[in-house]
Design a protein around this ligand. Structure first.
Ligand code: SF4
Ligand code: SF4
Length: 171
């Protein structure tokens, strides 16, 4: 069932709404006046089942549970364009991040690709492994053949700090 179908049968949860809004200290989603500037610049718009300003407004209305358990919150690429463009500091990015945190707390399923990116960051400091590029089937280049320097390995200290931050975030 699509998220939009689920929404038509859902009832708002004002307690959960308060909990999510209270956590967003850097933005004020309640001030969204639906200008659509966030949506018109969103990098992930084609992949999102709902537009960014619609997500903000569903949170304002209290449809938290449905959003937190849907894949839509994991589709945002956290580019922060909506934060830059929003005239109201309402910013979908912060709303989506708060919904992700709630989803993790509720042990909702986090997409495998997202977990893989997270473990890559913790292990290497990079969101994904360094890849080769193929111009044609036979013309394949790696960093060395392109004259690029090797990517430095993540320092132990940084790795430790990332794990520490992750643990503190779970408290
Ligand atoms: S979140 Fe900001 S940019 Fe997006 S519709 Fe609301 S006020 Fe406009
Ligand atoms: S942070 Fe997410 S919602 Fe905001 S513009 Fe980027 S992809 Fe869209």
């Amino acid at each position: 069932m699509s998220l939009i179908d689920q929404m038509s049968m859902a009832t708002p949860d004002l307690k959960l709404r308060r909990r999510v809004l209270d956590r967003i200290t850097e933005a004020t989603p309640v001030d969204c006046f639906k200008c659509g500037k966030c949506t018109s610049g969103c990098t992930a718009l084609k992949l999102l089942e709902l537009k960014p300003h619609e997500i903000v407004n569903l949170v304002k209305l209290g449809f938290i549970e449905e959003l937190a358990s849907s894949d839509i919150i994991w589709t945002c690429v956290t580019c922060l364009k909506c934060t830059e463009r929003c005239p109201q500091k309402a910013t979908p990015y912060h709303v989506i991040t708060a919904l992700r945190n709630l989803a993790v707390e509720k042990e909702a399923k986090v997409p495998d690709k997202y977990m893989k990116a997270l473990s890559n960051i913790l292990e290497t400091g990079l969101i994904q492994n360094v890849q080769k590029i193929a111009l044609t089937e036979t013309e394949i280049y790696d960093r060395k053949s392109l004259g690029l320097p090797e990517i430095p390995k993540i320092g132990l200290k940084l790795s430790e700090n990332l794990f520490k931050a992750l643990e503190e975030g779970q408290k």
